[in-house]
Design a protein around this ligand. Structure first.
Ligand code: PMP
Length: 429
């Protein structure tokens, strides 16, 4: 028995399913989840001492690679001064100023502890500020696990086959209107009918929780126009895309300005952080300035701010995001060539340093239906073959992959070697 197997068996005694977040359970790919004990640069190391090139990166935060010395130093320095004060710190202001500088649509920002808190609070703010109860989201998009947002959700919810969670009262769910991603006509029709009741549209500007689906040309621009027309607040959930697809996030990459944005992952450099913010006029509705309540004992935690500030500083250097995107493109091209050579129908998607892999004969992936039509069984076998070859992909056909700046030629070679063998094995199967 491997150590991961032993640890997983033990974990299940007191942790539901042995994991603290469902997708970690390997339920959709089968087998035993790997237990990690160390991570460095582009690699994670499991409890059996096997090293893997990591394309999960803690689901996005580790854009610098694991354990970047300057990030660790920043945390160590802050550590000497205590773990949490529950009172204002200069670090929080530094973080708020930096976020507003890097993302111009952010005029004010509130720090929270996770992406879930960020989106949940942004939705409450939109409702409180417009006096409207309904929200629009898109099928397959995941915005954390708050009640309003677990309706036809992506990510683990989709992977586990429960996109609409039990425990969400029907009376809550009826306020969440779910429309097809990349289908502007359906948004137009819905807003024409019930626009006056809609507080906000929340969207992943690149959908990263149903694998990876970039926005169709004009989709985000169209949402912006329709929101203006109907007095609806446009929220970009940039928890995944923020500081990744470009320094200024997807809104910079695609040139569309939302009213509110949510961030997480990279902004904490691996510590538990999120934030939401946007137009001053809207953010002024938040307590203590306004009537919409939102709070957090550990919000703006100094260790998390230190890790986040160091990370944002390092990724601000010119050329960083181009390098990240270039590695990702080279890797995807290499996979495509090898899949083609083996005669395996395969297509990939990319937005900067995030990507999607599909076992599909489709020319392109644009809709949720395109995603669902890809061969998830084949992905499952590919996932395990890649694992055998020393490459750790997201353990689900419905999650985006992430690269880091620590990924280079060595990691590319390991990845493509493993893929060549994996595609050949899939062909034989
Ligand atoms: N929004 C998006 C787009 C996400 O990808 C995620 C998590 N993957 C969340 C919100 C929720 O963030 P967290 O898991 O930190 O609560």
């Amino acid at each position: 028995m491997s150590r991961s197997e032993t640890l997983f068996a033990n974990a299940q005694k007191h942790i539901p399913g042995g994991v603290n977040s469902p997708v970690r359970a390997f339920k959709s790919v089968g087998g035993t989840p790997l237990f990690f004990k160390h991570a460095e640069g582009a690699y994670v190391v499991d409890e059996d001492d096997k090293r893997y090139v990591d394309y999960v990166g803690s689901w996005g935060p580790m854009i610098l690679g694991h354990g970047h010395p300057q990030v660790l130093d920043a945390v160590r320095q802050q550590l000497e001064h205590g773990l949490s004060y529950g009172a204002p710190t200069a670090l929080e202001t530094e973080m708020a100023d930096l976020v507003c500088k890097l993302v111009p649509s952010m005029e004010m920002v509130r720090m929270v502890n996770s992406g879930t808190e960020a989106t949940m609070s942004a939705i409450r703010l939109a409702r409180g500020c417009t006096g409207r109860d309904n929200i629009i989201k898109f099928e397959g998009c995941y915005h954390g696990h708050s009640d309003s947002l677990l309706v036809k959700a992506g990510s683990g919810a989709l992977t586990q086959g429960v996109p609409s969670s039990a425990g969400v009262p029907a009376n809550f769910a009826r306020h969440t209107l779910t429309l097809p991603y990349n289908d502007l006509a359906s948004v137009e029709k819905t807003l024409a009918a019930v626009g006056k009741e809609v507080a906000c549209i929340i969207v992943e500007p690149v959908a990263g929780n149903m694998n990876c689906v970039p926005p169709a040309p004009g989709f985000l621009q169209g949402l912006r126009q329709l929101c203006n027309q109907h007095g609806v607040i446009l929220i970009f959930d940039e928890v995944m895309t923020g500081f990744r697809v470009a320094l200024g996030g997807a809104q910079a990459h695609y040139g569309v300005t939302p009213d509110l944005s949510t961030f997480g992952k990279i902004i904490g450099g691996g510590m538990p952080v999120g934030c939401f913010g946007g137009k001053r006029e809207i953010m002024s509705c938040i307590a203590p300035l306004g009537p919409v309540y939102q709070a957090g004992t550990l919000s703006g935690n100094p260790l998390a701010m230190a890790a986040g500030l160091a990370t944002l500083g390092l990724i601000s250097r010119p050329g960083f995001h181009q390098e990240l995107a270039d590695y990702t493109t080279r890797m995807l091209q290499g996979l495509q060539e090898r899949a083609d050579a083996a005669g395996i129908p395969f297509v990939s998607t990319q937005a900067g340093g995030m990507f999607g892999l599909y076992f599909s004969g489709a020319d392109s992936i644009v809709t949720f239906a395109d995603v669902m039509a890809s061969d998830a069984e084949r992905f499952k076998r590919f996932f395990h073959l890649m694992l055998d070859g020393g490459v750790y992909l997201a353990p689900s056909a419905y999650e985006a992959g992430f690269t880091s700046i620590a990924h280079g030629d060595t990691e590319l070679a390991i990845t493509l070697d493993a893929a060549e063998r994996a595609f050949a094995a899939l062909k034989r199967a």
